[in-house]
Design a binder for this molecule. Structure first.
Ligand SMILES: Nc1ncnc2c1ncn2[C@@H]1O[C@H](COP(=O)(O)OP(=O)(O)OP(=O)(O)O)[C@@H](O)[C@H]1O
Length: 266
């Protein structure tokens, strides 16, 4: 479980998070949504100690994140963020094996068990066939799946994902979020995921926090948060919600398209 209390963060003099509270229990997927620049990535980074909040506290299973050694944080929390190809010419299999690092002692090498776990992780994201290819040569979607496999190989109890559906085709968007759900429901993990697609958030998240200008302006179930009343002022678009038998679907239009177009007749 991750809980954040009264988090504030500033880049220099610019405050981008202010009074943020968050609860991400085990066994659930929490979605972070909000417009560009609302503070989602900054907030996520405070949850795995990549950024230190100016004030407030982040607790992982009741322990202050700031008090945990980096290795212990890595054992508890796996992270998938957008990553550009690096200078290290790694094979896909080696990239996934990096996920085993927090479990190795000292300069220990990967054992057969680590290799089995890494191969399993690749299979789970449908990328086992890429194992012997150079990571830098992959497409954006393939790379994304391999990074998710690396996080799975880490076997942590918390999984943080920053726009994991970026670059993925529709099939893999659903597969990756379905996998995130199964990790929460079946493995009782805590999953926190940043999503731009609000319909995907509605389908796969147990709870959603809507950020606007560094504050959580609504939090709760997708049905409660993802309403035209909450979304229209935050995104400045017209929102329609279509209720379906098994949920709802959101449709968006620019606010200007709401007005009846003026016709000029000559
Ligand atoms: N390293 C940085 N230095 C200065 N300002 C930054 C830095 N990173 C982010 N910001 C600013 O902080 C604000 C929040 O950024 P953040 O990336 O957390 O938003 P976001 O909601 O994840 O955005 P997006 O949906 O576009 O990814 C933005 O205004 C951004 O310009």
């Amino acid at each position: 479980m991750i809980s954040a209390h009264d988090i504030a963060f500033a880049y220099g003099r610019r405050t981008v998070l202010d009074g943020v509270d968050l609860d991400a229990p085990h066994g659930q997927v929490l979605g972070l949504v909000g417009p560009n620049g609302s503070g989602k990535t900054t907030l996520l980074r405070t949850l795995y100690a990549s950024l230190k909040p100016r004030s407030g506290a982040v607790l992982i299973d009741g322990d202050q994140l700031g008090d945990l050694p980096a290795r212990e944080v890595a054992r508890r929390v796996a992270v998938v963020v957008q990553e550009t190809p690096g200078d290290l010419p790694l094979l896909v299999s080696d990239m996934v094996l990096l996920g085993r690092t927090p479990h190795r002692s000292g300069f220990g090498r990967n054992g057969a068990e680590d290799e089995r776990i890494a191969a399993d992780a690749l299979a789970q994201v449908g990328a086992l066939h890429l194992a012997d290819q150079p990571f830098d040569g992959l497409s954006g979607g393939e790379r994304q799946r391999v990074l998710i496999a690396r996080a799975l190989a880490q076997e942590s109890t918390h999984l943080l994902l920053d726009e994991p559906t970026n670059h993925l085709d529709v099939r893999y968007q659903h597969e990756v979020l379905d996998l995130a759900r199964r990790l929460a429901v079946e493995n009782h993990q805590t999953v926190v995921v940043i999503l731009h697609d609000l319909n995907l958030a509605a389908s796969y998240c147990d709870r959603v926090a809507l950020l606007h200008r560094g504050r959580v302006v609504a939090a709760g179930t997708p049905a409660h948060v993802l309403t035209p009343e909450h979304l229209e002022p935050v995104y400045e678009v017209a929102v329609r919600r279509l209720e379906l038998d098994d949920g709802f679907q959101l449709a968006f239009r620019p606010l200007s398209a709401h007005r009846t177009p003026e016709r000029t007749t000559r």
